[in-house]
Design a protein around this ligand. Structure first.
Ligand code: GNR
Ligand code: NI
Length: 188
């Protein structure tokens, strides 16, 4: 098990298209386990492999809600095979776009086909937060961030702020100042 650093925008690796895995082998299962640990630690409800710099079509999710007790989900090569005509708007955040949130409109329900942890083909019909999160994670595999779904004006404002925050952090680190501790209670 290992905690891996999460890339933040702007980073060219977050804009790349990830490649399908050929098979769900021990290496892919190890990647899934490391991703889940990293996601819980962040904390977040989903994580895609490119967020840790691995350009493979692998995602993990855990939507911990009273009503949806799915437990952790491990998916390789996930594909949206059906989406509802009906859309919903949800306020999204992203571990790669820290501390910024925006409403994003997406299909309300999706059906996803994927390979599970054992390499078996599965299909999952999802709605609510799970449907939104699945689309958000699969977007990551195609180099798309939630800010790509909002106005260019808002997107550029967020990217500028992220770059400024990173530069300030780098400057502080160069002067031996420790990074500001993140609030462990603040889940996305
Ligand atoms: O933790 C996360 N919360 C979240 C909230 C609303 C919509 C999508 C998400 S996914 C995000 C974690 C993340 O960045 N996954 O890629
Ligand atoms: Ni994200």
């Amino acid at each position: 098990m290992a905690l891996l650093p999460i890339l933040t925008a702007p980073d060219p690796r977050l804009k790349k298209k990830s490649l399908p895995v050929e098979a769900v082998d021990d290496g892919v299962r190890q990647l899934m386990d490391d991703m889940l640990e990293t996601m819980y630690d962040a904390p977040g409800i989903g994580l895609a492999a490119p967020q840790i710099g691995v350009l493979k079509r692998v995602i993990v999710l855990d939507i911990e809600r009273e009503d949806t007790k799915t437990g952790p989900l491990f998916m390789a090569n996930p594909e949206i095979i059906d989406a509802s005509d009906e859309d919903v708007s949800y306020e999204e955040g992203c571990l790669s776009v820290p501390e910024h949130y925006s409403d994003v409109v997406r299909p309300a329900k999706v059906t996803v086909r994927y390979l599970d942890r054992e390499g078996k083909v599965q299909e999952l019909a999802a709605e609510g937060l799970l449907a939104t999160c699945l689309q958000h994670e699969i977007d990551h595999l195609d180099g798309i961030l939630f800010i790509d779904h909002i106005s260019a004006l808002k997107r550029n404002m967020i990217l500028r702020k992220l770059l400024k925050a990173r530069k300030e952090q780098e400057r502080d680190a160069a002067h031996g100042k420790p990074a500001v501790a993140k609030d462990p209670e603040h889940a996305l």
